[in-house]
Design a protein around this ligand. Structure first.
Ligand SMILES: Cc1cc2nc3c(=O)[nH]c(=O)nc-3n(C[C@H](O)[C@H](O)[C@H](O)COP(=O)(O)OP(=O)(O)OC[C@H]3O[C@@H](n4cnc5c(N)ncnc54)[C@H](O)[C@@H]3O)c2cc1C
Length: 318
């Protein structure tokens, strides 16, 4: 079922999670271990991230360095299929511009369509490590908006090189995109970032999932600004339970977000990570309660491999 239809038919705030494919070589059991304890909370859908290749230099005989492409977390589509098969829950694979030509993207989307997947979260992706800015693949999409347009085209039966395709069956994918309550780090200002978000919606995206945030006011202001410029689709808040002291510096560096001073002080007063996790769970629980009260369509939790804190929050608010 499409995420937007699920939201439309629900009378209360839904629950969903984002999971990462396991590291290359690991078993899918690690995904089931994440999923099993969360079944009590009836997730409406499961997002599965996509991780592009990284380049590393390997030392070869004679001291030569060889540039090797390594994909640390493959398997996004396989995991989506496995989850649908085992749990009968809708999945939302992430698809990105980076590393894909449009032809490769088209093949990936055809696979999703054939598997009966109804949703995609369309993203640009970040720069490859060691590159200073995002460089699109030659013949690929440069911005998420371009990828939205490609999916929209396929949804109306316009495949690439359409002169070679006869008796076309359109895909029917519901398209989500990313939004940033604290601004995307490359955008010169919020107004410019919001214009680009609106362009994604105008191109055919049907809902927004936000980057994680720890101050609900930032989400409420973001939603308000979106509505002011006629972005009228559901805006799903993204939440991540803070679980270790070190995350107060890692998360802002990685995701360009602020940690509110009250939360910062509470974490600084913690002696151990176990104490910090309790503070994180309580903070997230309060965030979740307020978001539900405000009528948020879904609470979308970034698990980052750790579900016990999400389960603890969910058990208090759902
Ligand atoms: C919910 C969520 C899930 C994510 N999942 C993944 C994942 O699975 N895999 C992954 O690799 N990354 C993921 N990311 C990270 C994401 O790929 C990065 O944040 C990336 O830097 C931007 O992606 P985007 O889709 O927001 O890009 P875009 O919407 O293309 O925007 C990127 C930047 O370009 C600007 N911009 C947009 N259009 C234009 C234009 N026409 N001209 C000039 N500037 C423009 C925007 O303002 C923004 O600053 C996720 C992020 C979120 C919030």
């Amino acid at each position: 079922m499409k995420v937007v239809d699920r939201i439309k038919e629900s009378k209360s705030t839904l629950f969903s999670i984002e999971i990462l494919p396991p590291l290359k070589g690991k078993s899918i059991q690690s995904i089931f271990n994440i999923m099993d304890p969360l079944q009590d909370f009836k997730p409406a859908f499961i997002n599965v991230t996509y991780h592009r290749e990284e380049y590393v230099y390997k030392k070869r005989e004679g001291g030569f360095l060889e540039k090797v492409s390594v994909r640390k977390r493959p398997g996004t589509v396989g995991i989506c299929a496995a989850i649908m098969n085992r749990y009968k829950i809708d999945t939302v694979p992430h698809i990105i511009c980076g590393g894909f030509t449009k032809e490769e993207t088209e093949s990936a989307l055809i696979d999703l369509h054939f598997l009966g997947i109804d949703n995609v979260l369309v993203l640009r992706g970040d720069a490859v490590k060691n590159e200073r800015s995002f460089i699109p693949e030659p013949g690929g999409n440069a911005y998420a908006m371009d990828l939205v347009k490609q999916v929209v085209n396929m949804n109306s039966g316009k495949y690439l090189h359409k002169e070679d395709v006869l008796d076309v069956t359109p895909t029917d994918l519901c398209i989500g995109v990313a939004g940033y309550p604290e601004k995307h780090f490359e955008a010169p200002n919020m107004t410019s970032d919001l214009r680009h978000l609106k362009a994604k919606i105008d191109a055919g995206a049907q809902y927004v999932v936000t980057q994680m945030f720890y101050d609900n006011q930032k989400y409420f202001e973001f939603v308000k600004k979106c509505r002011q410029i006629d972005i009228n689709v559901p805006i799903i808040p993204g939440l991540k339970v803070l679980t270790a002291k070190s995350q107060t510096s890692i998360l802002p560096k990685t995701f360009y977000l602020d940690i509110p001073q009250d939360l910062m002080e509470a974490i600084e007063n913690c002696k151990t990570d176990a104490d910090a996790k309790e503070v994180g769970i309580e903070w997230c629980t309060q965030q979740a309660k307020e978001l539900i009260k405000s009528g948020a369509p879904v609470l979308h939790f970034y698990t980052m491999g750790s579900t016990e804190p999400v389960r603890r929050v969910a058990s208090k608010v759902l």
